[in-house]
Design a binder for this molecule. Sequence first.
Ligand SMILES: Cc1ncc(COP(=O)(O)O)c(C=O)c1O
Length: 410
Amino acid sequence: MSEPTPSSSPWRMARRAARLNPSVIREILKLTEQPGVLSLAGGLPAPDSFPVEAMREATTRVLAEQPQAALQYAASEGYGPLREWVAARLQAQGMKHVKAEQVLMTTGSQQGLDLVAKVMVDAGAPVAVETPTYLGALQAFTPFEPIFAGVASDGEGALPEAIARLPHDAPGTRFMYVLPNFQNPTGRLMPEARRQAVIAAARQAGVPLLEDNPYGDLWFDEEPPTALAARWPEGVTYMGSFSKVLAPGLRLGYVVAPPDLAPKLLQAKQAADLHTPGFNQRIVYEVVKDGFLDRHIPTIRSRYKAQRDVMAEALQREMPAGTEWTKPGGGMFFWVRLPAGCRALDLLPQAVAEGVAFVPGEPFYAQQPDPRTLRLSYVTLTPDEIRQAVAALGRVVRRQLEDTLQKGTP
Ligand SMILES: Cc1ncc(COP(=O)(O)O)c(C=O)c1O
């Protein structure tokens, strides 16, 4: 019997299937996963930071004290005590308006991106994003067939004047996706004055905001200013996550939506997965309920800060003149712009051959990518490995610059 050919397959896929996971990323990830390669490419937190013992104790307690409830189906909104805890924590961080009933527990904040897009985006509707932006958000929004409006941005985030122009440039924009704290991929922080200006421009333009904040607790030097959601509660949907402060394998995040949006998000959540695992939610509640995070997060901060400092020194030492970067004040990433004449995507195979991997910046742009950019994560390698990896990167960039010079092309 012969194998069925693709054309004889009985499965006819939806148009959106063609948009899932662009192949360029798949190829990049394959390259970066080769053995022996020091990877600065991952977006993963440091596994040594996972609080294994606290999780073990909490799991034992949940199974001993509430096994049947923990293993049963549960409410789509999430586990009540954890929702209360999230609301209290956000209130303490300045989001005074947040009530527990508004907190929707999600299967990672990645699910929040999917649910918001499902509820908000029709095919052909504009969705505004920062330039560049989190690749996973572009992937989550893309199947709903939006037209992306890339909002011009600088080292402080989206430019307020570009937001103000949205009604003209992208009329009917459904929402703008923003990452004010240690953005993935650039590591940038939106300062207080820019937050005020962004909110004023978005209000004026009538464009609601989707604020994503997985990295806000991971500050090294100075605590970030108050969330955008605190400044315009009815116009900002806020998302948080336990992935970077506890562990991503829990798949636990949350969305705080204004009353206009919350019921529809809940219905979308019911249709997607009924609820986020109640078992995980109860374990996390046991871990966090007595102030554990206030002791744990500072240990992650000091570890990441030391790694950030090592990478900053290594970049200074190893990268050729004309390379640009800003030392991030928190989070997990450096964003690097290579000298003129370099294209990060072309450089990647040579870098892997030299034993180092990174993520080229191009896929993080909704429109008009800057081919000279790349993202480096500093949290999963040891200081020595970071030094080696950046030295290898420096060699590869210098070589490409020399080749370009020899060919006489700019
Ligand atoms: C900006 C941003 N948003 C959302 C996510 C998804 O996080 P999770 O689904 O683990 O909460 C990530 C993961 O790296 C991220 O960087």
